[in-house]
Design a protein around this ligand. Sequence first.
Ligand SMILES: Cc1cc2nc3c(=O)[nH]c(=O)nc-3n(C[C@H](O)[C@H](O)[C@H](O)COP(=O)(O)OP(=O)(O)OC[C@H]3O[C@@H](n4cnc5c(N)ncnc54)[C@H](O)[C@@H]3O)c2cc1C
Length: 311
Amino acid sequence: MRPGPYDDAIADLEDARPDLAIARDVLLARYTTFGIGGPADAMVFAHDDDQLVEVLKFCRDRGVPWFLLGGGSNLLIADAGVRGVVLRLAGDLARIDVLDDGAAIAVGAGAKFPKLTRVALDLGWPSAVGWMGTPGQVGGALKMNAGTRDGEVGEVVERVQAATADGVVSVDHAGCGFVYRNSAFPAGWVLTRADLRCDSHRTEEAPELSRRAKMLLQKRHQSQPKQRSAGSLFKNPPGDFAGRLIEAAGLKGAQEGQAAISDVHANFVVNLGGARAADVLALATRAAREVKAQFGVDLEWEVKRVGDFSA
Ligand SMILES: Cc1cc2nc3c(=O)[nH]c(=O)nc-3n(C[C@H](O)[C@H](O)[C@H](O)COP(=O)(O)OP(=O)(O)OC[C@H]3O[C@@H](n4cnc5c(N)ncnc54)[C@H](O)[C@@H]3O)c2cc1C
């Protein structure tokens, strides 16, 4: 194994907490929808809030950097990987409980977002129509306020709970700061649970909602690439579409190594097989530069970049 600056600290964590599942030197490419990303020094699987608080406290006290990897569907992880600890949610943090005759759902942040979408559609929650087709975990969906124009998950959030190095905290809807493809949760928080509510739900409308959701999904499948990606690379600028601008800049189909700007949808960079994070970064930088030069518009990344890209 490569010697790293956090090896001793991670070995101490393994000794101190034999109850934690800790894997060393884990290749992250297999945990991302892009299929891109170098190794993590350690991957730690936490099953509940207490374990998370302990690990976060340990990392803070020992100066070990950490990162929470959800479903890996909105990430570009550097070829050099990620130093320190990559946290993952497991066990009870993946629960979905329907409450209050279907008007409320208590969900763990480690639950699969498509599974939550299915449950909410079956209960007749209109917002879930817009969540359909979004991969990943509930924690990532909350962090990104995932969805589409037909509904975003933030709309139904009553309260979110998080683990921090100082203990468990929670915020109400206003404190979540949901905006288009973002939220205001502080950087040191690992979201662990959410209370969702939809008082306007009508179970008898579930079949109609499912039909609409499927139809919208089919439409998107026709207009989005089939190859591996992290979804939309850039946020849509106000009043316009990032894909339209990149296409108008003449970059549809542009390629860098094994990464390409999709010729189906120009806001998707796809992995043609064996693409490196450096290739994706080079393409994205080129797209943003051309769009700025030709149309004066600054494109903002939607995909999160993680790790050291200077190598
Ligand atoms: C084919 C495809 C289609 C997509 N379509 C859509 C779409 O229609 N609408 C849409 O909004 N998005 C879409 N996306 C993007 C992506 O699926 C969403 O952003 C998703 O919500 C990310 O969730 P994740 O669990 O994969 O997060 P990750 O990619 O693992 O992480 C994203 C960010 O959230 C943070 N995070 C994850 N979990 C937690 C947690 N528990 N606590 C704190 N921080 C956390 C991570 O640290 C990171 O900063 C698409 C992606 C793909 C590949």
